[in-house]
Design a protein around this ligand. Structure first.
Ligand code: UTP
Length: 455
C-alpha cells in the first residue's frame, strides 16, 4: 500500500475503519508508528481463524510404543549420539507466553522454582543445555523465543546471571510476533489512542519468528538438521535425548511428537492421530465421549496418545515450509480483555484472542512419528500458582524422579512428605549421567538432599 488512502481502503474492506478515528490527536512519531503497524498486519487472516473440524478417516498414527522403544533403544541412541557430536542438533525453547495463570508479571522463566538450589526455571533449563554441551564437546545452539513483553527482561536476566555458564553467543534470543485482539464482531480493539490491543501470537509464532529473525537460515548454514523443541514451563523436559534425535535420523522424520499413553480415555489432552494421510493433534474439547473410546483393528484406542508439547523438528522441513511462504493459521479463543475506547477509557470487554499453535505444523509433515515417553520421567509442567500443574507438583515430580535415580544407584530413599531431592543438571541431567558420576557419598537419604556440581 503506497499511501494513507490505500490503507484506509484496505481497513474498510476488513471492517476496521474505526482504527483511524483518533489519528489527528496523535503526534507525528506516534502516528507514523501506528500507521506502519496497521499496514503490517495481515487483516485477511484474522477473518480466517482455523476451523478445527478436519475431514477424513481417523486412524492411529505411527507411534514408537514402549516395546519398540526398548527393543531399538541402542540403535536409536547410537545414531542420535553421533548427530549431537557432529553439531547437527539445536535446542529451541519457547518462553514468550504471558504466564497469566502463574500470576507473576515477570517472564515465567524468571520464576524461582527449585526447592533447595532456589534456581529459576530459566536456570534449570539453561543448565541442561550446559550439561549437554559439555558432554558432547560443543556449544549446542540454544534458541530462546521471547515475546515483545518478555524480551528485555529475559535478556537482562540471562546477562545478569552470566548466561548460566553457557558460552558467549550460545544463547540466541529472538522475539515472536503479536496479533490484534478483536471484539466479538471481529473489530480490532485498542489499548489506547494509536495503540492496538495485541497479544503474543502463540507458541506457533516461533515458526515465523525463526524465519524472520534469520535464525533458521543460520542453523541451516551451520549444518544443524534437527531442533529439539521444548517449552519453558516443563521443568523435566530433556534436551539431551539421543534416542529422540536418533529416531529422527533413522526414519528421516519431518517431525517427532513425544506422546504419553493416556491414563484413561477421558484424560484432557491433545491427541496424536492420523486423519487421511497426515498426522494431526486433536484436542479433547473437539471429541465426543464415543469418539474417545473408538478402537482400531488391533483393539487399541485410536485416541490413545496424548501430546505433552515436546517435538523434534527437521530444519529442512521448516525451511521447505518457509520457502513456500507457509504461515501457521490462527485459532481464536473467547477471553475477557481490557480495551480502551475514546468514550469510556479502559474497560473489560468480551472478545477474541488470536494465537498460532505449533502443532498445526504437523499436518504439513509427510513423515510424522510419535515417540512414547515415560509419564513420570519427562513431564512436570508449571502452569498454575497452586493446585494441579503448579510449582509444588512440578517439584514433587522432579524429586520423585531424582529419588528413582538414587535408588537405581542402590541408595535407600525414605523421604518425609515435605522433603525434596534436587539434583542439579550441572551434576547430572539424565539418569545415565547420574549413574556414571555418583560417588556413593551416602547410602540412605531421609531428608532434603541437594546434589550440586563442586565448582
Ligand atoms: P501456555 O499455553 O501455558 O501459555 O504456554 P502461557 O502464556 O505460558 O501461560 P498462561 O496461559 O498465560 O497462564 C505453553 C508454552 O508456550 C509458550 C510459553 O512460554 C510456554 O512455554 N508460549 C505461549 C509462547 O512462547 N508464546 C505464546 O504466545 C504463548
Amino acid at each position: 500500500m503506497s499511501d494513507a488512502f490505500a490503507l484506509a481502503d484496505h481497513l474498510a474492506k476488513h471492517g476496521q475503519s474505526h482504527l483511524l478515528a483518533g489519528l489527528d490527536q496523535l503526534d507525528p512519531a506516534a502516528r507514523t508508528a501506528y500507521l506502519a503497524r496497521l499496514h503490517d498486519i495481515d487483516w485477511a487472516e484474522l477473518h480466517h481463524h482455523l476451523s478445527t473440524h478436519t475431514a477424513g478417516e481417523v486412524a492411529s498414527s505411527r507411534v514408537v510404543a514402549p516395546e519398540e522403544r526398548s527393543r531399538r533403544a541402542a540403535e536409536f541412541a547410537a545414531l542420535g549420539e553421533a548427530e549431537y557430536r557432529a553439531g547437527k542438533v539445536g535446542v529451541l525453547m519457547v518462553a514468550g507466553g504471558q504466564g497469566t495463570r502463574l500470576g507473576s508479571s515477570a517472564p515465567k522463566g524468571c520464576f524461582t522454582l527449585s526447592p533447595l538450589g532456589h534456581k529459576s526455571i530459566y536456570q534449570l533449563q539453561a543448565e541442561k543445555v550446559l550439561a549437554l554441551s559439555r558432554r558432547v564437546g560443543r556449544a549446542v545452539p540454544f534458541l530462546v523465543m521471547t515475546s515483545p513483553m518478555t524480551d528485555a527482561e529475559t535478556r537482562e536476566f540471562f546477562a545478569a546471571n552470566a548466561w548460566f555458564g553457557l558460552a558467549e553467543g550460545q544463547v540466541r534470543f529472538f522475539s515472536q510476533g503479536t496479533v490484534p485482539s478483536l471484539d466479538q464482531q471481529g473489530r480490532a480493539l485498542l489499548a489506547g489512542n494509536g495503540r492496538l490491543l495485541e497479544n503474543p501470537d502463540g507458541h506457533g509464532g516461533c515458526f515465523t519468528a525463526l524465519v524472520k529473525s534469520g535464525n533458521l537460515a543460520r542453523l541451516r548454514a551451520e549444518g544443524v538438521t534437527q531442533i529439539v523443541y521444548i517449552q519453558v514451563d516443563n521443568i523435566l523436559v530433556p534436551v539431551d535425548d539421543p534416542l529422540l534425535v536418533g529416531l529422527a535420523a533413522a526414519e528421516g522424520t519431518d517431525v517427532i511428537t513425544k506422546v504419553l499413553e493416556k491414563a484413561h480415555p477421558d484424560e484432557k489432552v491433545g491427541h496424536l492421530v492420523k486423519i487421511g494421510s497426515r498426522d494431526h493433534i486433536i484436542e479433547y474439547t473437539e471429541l465426543t465421549p464415543e469418539q474417545t473410546r473408538q478402537k482400531n483393528a488391533l483393539g487399541e484406542l485410536v485416541y490413545r496418545w496424548g501430546s505433552p508439547a515436546m517435538h523434534c523438528w527437521s530444519v529442512a522441513f521448516l525451511a521447505r515450509l518457509a520457502d513456500a511462504g507457509y504461515k501457521i493459521p490462527l485459532h481464536r479463543s473467547s477471553k475477557p480483555l481490557k480495551a480502551w475506547t475514546p468514550a469510556g477509557g479502559i474497560a473489560e470487554v468480551k472478545g477474541w484472542k488470536n494465537e498460532r499453535f505449533i502443532f498445526d505444523l504437523i499436518p504439513e509433515a509427510k513423515v510424522s512419528v510419535g515417540l512414547a515417553i515415560d509419564r513420570d520421567g519427562e513431564f512436570a509442567p508449571v502452569k498454575n500458582k497452586d493446585g494441579a500443574d503448579s510449582p509444588a507438583t512440578a517439584n514433587r515430580l522432579a524429586s520423585d524422579l531424582y529419588a528413582s535415580w538414587l535408588r537405581a544407584a542402590g541408595v535407600e530413599v525414605a523421604l518425609p512428605a515435605n522433603a525434596h531431592i534436587e539434583i542439579s543438571p550441572r551434576y547430572a541431567a539424565t539418569q545415565a549421567q547420574f549413574l556414571a558420576r555418583w560417588d556413593g557419598r551416602t547410602r540412605r537419604v531421609a531428608g532434603d538432599f541437594f546434589l550440586e556440581e563442586d565448582r
